[in-house]
Each structure stands twice: as C-alpha cells, then as structure tokens.
Design a protein around this ligand. Sequence first.
Ligand code: PLP
Length: 382
Amino acid sequence: MKVYLDNNATTRMAPEVLDAMMPFFNDQYGNPSSFHTFGSNLMEYIEKARQQVADLIGADPSEIFFTSGGTESDNTALFFGGETDPEKPGLITSVVEHPAVLKTARYLEQAGHPLGLVKVNSSGSIDLDSLEDLVSGKTGLVSIMKANNETGVIMQIKEAAEITHRAGALFHTDAVQAVGKIPVDVKAEEIDLLSLSAHKFHGPKGIGALYARKGIKLKPFMHGGHQEKGMRSGTYNIAGIVGLGKAAEMARNFISEEALITSALLEKLESGILKGCPGAVIVGTEAVRLPNTATVLFINVESEAILTLIDFAGISVSSGSACSTGSKDPSYVLTSMGISVADANTAIRFSLSMYTSNEEIDYVLQELPPIIEKLRKISPYA
Ligand code: PLP
C-alpha cells in the first residue's frame, strides 16, 4: 500500500483542477495581454480566478496579485515592507517562520534593516509580549505566519496585527499552510499583506498570490512588463492561475467538511500512535493546530532511521530536520520551543489531506509501532 502523509510539503492536485486547466495547455494558448481577441479573451479567466481567490480570504479582487507561489509572495512582502518608509527600516518576524520569510529577513538585515525576532512559547505559539517589546515607531513591517508548517500551530494573527498597527507598522502573514485548510479572513484579522500558494491546497505548483490591502502602494519585486498593474511582470501563467482559482473555489466550498474529516483522521492517528508507540510525544498539544498536522517525537529513536523504514513500508512522511551533505540540523522550529536537540532529532511530521482515507490511517497504525519498537531495541540511547 502507498500512503502519502506529507501534504504540508505538497498536495495531490484535485482532478477538477486539472480539468479546469487543460484547455489552456491546448487550444486556448493565447497570451491574455495580447491586443487580438484570441489572446485578450482569456483575460476573463484570469479575472474569474482572481475573484475565486479573493472570495476564499475575504478580499476584494483588486487586492490579489498573482505570483509564482509562497516564496515569491513572501519575498515581495518583506522587500516592500523593508523599503516602504525610510523612517521605518525595522523588520520583525518570528523565530519559527519558513525560510522563505526567515532567510529573506536575514538578507534584509544584512542590507541594513534592523531585525527583531519574536519568540515562541513551549506550545509553539508566538509570544505576544515579545512582539510588544520589539515593535516600535521605527518598525516598517511585522511578518508572522498564520500556521506553522512543521507543528501546524495556528498563531494569534489578529492580536499580532493589532499590536503591529498600534505601532504604525504594516502586518504581513505567511498563510501558505493555512489558506485552504482553515478559514482565513483578511479583513476580520486586520491583515495588510498575505501570502498563499496553490500547491498546498490541491492546486498546481508554481502559482500563488499576494494579497495587498487596498490603499497599500505595493512596489514591484519583479520588473518588466505591465502585468498585474505593473506589480508583477511576466507573461501570465494562465493554466496555473485558472488552477489556483479552481482550487480556491473548491477549498471555500469544502473547507469545513474537509477539516472535520481530516481532524477525525488526525485524532485517530495521534491516539493510535500514543497507544502503539509508548513514549511518543505529540508536539504543540497546548496550542490550536491545523486539522491536518501532527509532529510526533519518538524519543530516543532517530527520525532518519524511522523515515527510511517507514518509506520501505510505502508511507511518505517527513522529519522536521533539514539534512544536507551528510550533516543533520535539528529543526529550529522545535528547538525554539525548548525541545532539546536530541529530542528534535526524533521528530516525524504527519500531514493529511482530503484524500487521506481511514484505511490509510489503519495501515500506518499497523506498520509504524513495530518499526519504532525495532529501532528502539537497537537505539544506543534507549
Ligand atoms: N511558507 C510556508 C509556511 C511554507 O510551508 C512554504 C512551503 O513549504 C512556503 C512558504 C513556500 O511556498 P512555495 O513552495 O509556494 O514557494
């Protein structure tokens, strides 16, 4: 059996999304920016998709700019925030952000923007007092993720936005892991800028959007043609945009139903793991989490070994750590929650989707406990 539980890395594209995209790989191949009707008629599909994305997050279509995905949206927001006002060069983000935000923030710090990093508590939620201490009249932008990709912890975005606005700064959220999984409302949550990415909610890869509240005079991150009101140049990826729109429409229609199904399966998975694998610890249980994500510490058992054996069993999951050229870095997300390096190196992330079935969870609960038991027996730490 093949079981895919790595949906926070990417999701399977919905067949309905592929169907919606197909005409634009075939006979509808024009360039929407062309003068002739063969091309320019396609603009209506771009605008429909813009409406669908806007509807999913409670925005106005004029506030949606298509990008190549979460990374570009995050970069655009941070570069803009860093440059928006010379009197406010400061940037603030949190220690648990995705590298698309954290590395961009570090880059901007090198370029002369003072950087403040908000701490998280042991449950993985941002420490609002730490934000309050860092933000000042010199802060141009605060960027706090809506939900963490590793732990699934949902952050207190509205409260963070309020603190940010009291100091006169703009508020950006990387909502790449949240949009399509839980309700997001840019107006109710007082969000100025928001990043989203289609491939995290059953849309295609390489397409996303940046929401910029009306009144914000966004600066182009990519220079070139006139697309997206000159804010994001490059020939329209029309198939991708239509796919994003369709995925957004589907997410809006099924979000509550899907959350109920995935959260019931997640609960079954978590309680089955706790029962079948003594000593397992679920991360972030004190916080509100996404309905699809569980990171589990299998104390004293190295995640690398688990990943290898579980992969043999046909189960795709991921660990929190980044492995590169033989050296293994523990997850900075987990260590910043106060989890020791040794324990962080035992983490496995399970992330579900609307395509996850009860049978698949049964299969994981059948295969995983003997793997953990076997590894525990040969563990030098046990
Ligand atoms: N932000 C978060 C929280 C993510 O999880 C990811 C992808 O893993 C990204 C940004 C980057 O998105 P994209 O793959 O669309 O560039």
